[in-house]
Write a protein that binds this ligand. Structure first.
Ligand SMILES: NC(=O)c1ccc[n+]([C@@H]2O[C@H](COP(=O)([O-])OP(=O)(O)OC[C@H]3O[C@@H](n4cnc5c(N)ncnc54)[C@H](OP(=O)(O)O)[C@@H]3O)[C@@H](O)[C@H]2O)c1
Length: 268
């Protein structure tokens, strides 16, 4: 029996993708498989993903002409796993492995199948990620649409050239961490002003989630939304002036630039 899609690695990313694909009815459950070597994790996944095959390893019998694979393993052993998976005959491969270029993946696979590289971020774990994809040297428009349909099950997807994956790795990859730092700082600011910690936390976390929802629902730009809450000579204007004086805007630009450069270094 061959599967439409095989998720290789049932860790955090692989399990989130499998759940998203089931939720989105991307394919009937029995057409999906997850490869997960360790027994305990396999048992837990089978309970979480009823109807989806959870296998110890992939064999050629599981693979038909149209079987695609998603590589969701750690970067240190991703190339050797890709080689083993490709040897079973999968027709194309989507990788979520950070820092692994399509050229290295193609070399590891050793035969000319389409590979798509992606850079997701952690909100995919709750189906609200933002992912960029880039195709390797054998991809067609159909392969990119295939990858987009998979990652679209756990959030939004944009297409970039592979050269820009490092910029994505500096921007949306670490963005949850950047924003959590801002949230932490604002909670401390509330406590500093005398608010009980739990009150400060509720106010900051809910304002953060609410502001994101407002931005997503609105056709206005972030600048317009900010202007709407900034009365001339008012409290928000005073607070924003202080942030500009401390160069918060250029601090973020520098953080993204440094993180993107680090990604370039790691990829070399
Ligand atoms: N988590 C994120 O937010 C995030 C964001 C962007 C990109 N990524 C990328 O996603 C990839 C996976 O990350 P993760 O956080 O999901 O890691 P993870 O939780 O460690 O998952 C990796 C899984 O692969 C399994 N595995 C090990 N050897 C295997 C093999 N030969 N065949 C099949 N499965 C095998 C591991 O099983 P055992 O535990 O039993 O060894 C584990 O369950 C990484 O390359 C990372 O760069 C992750």
């Amino acid at each position: 029996m061959s599967y439409d899609l095989v998720i290789v690695g049932g860790g955090r990313m692989g399990a989130a993708l499998a759940e998203g694909l089931v939720r989105a009815a991307w394919a009937p459950r029995e057409r999906l498989a997850v490869i997960q070597p360790s027994f305990a994790k396999r048992e837990a996944l089978a309970a979480r993903l009823a109807g989806v095959a959870v296998l110890e390893a992939l064999s050629a019998d599981d693979v038909g002409e149209a079987t695609g694979a998603i590589l969701c393993v750690k970067p240190d052993y991703a190339e050797s796993v890709a080689r083993t998976v490709a040897a079973t005959g999968v027709s194309r491969m989507l990788s979520v492995v950070a820092g692994l270029t399509t050229a290295r993946l193609e070399a590891a696979i050793g035969r000319p199948i389409p590979v798509v590289r992606s850079m997701p971020n952690t909100p995919v774990l709750v189906g609200q990620g933002a992912t960029a994809i880039a195709g390797g040297s054998h991809v067609t428009a159909e392969d990119l649409a295939w990858a987009e349909s998979i990652l679209g099950a756990v959030g939004s997807v944009v297409r970039v050239t592979e050269r820009n994956i490092d910029a994505v790795t500096g921007l949306s990859g670490p963005m949850p961490a950047y924003l959590y730092l801002v949230v932490e700082a604002l909670i401390e600011a509330g406590v500093h002003q005398g608010l009980p910690r739990d009150v400060a936390r509720t106010l900051v976390v809910d304002s953060f989630a609410g502001s994101a929802a407002l931005l997503a629902a609105s056709s206005s730009s972030p600048e317009d939304l900010r202007a709407q809450v900034t009365s001339p000579g008012g409290t928000t204007a005073a607070g924003l002036y202080t942030l500009e004086r401390h160069a918060v805007r250029s601090a973020f630009m520098e953080a993204v630039a440094v993180a993107a450069e680090r990604s370039r270094q790691l990829g070399r």
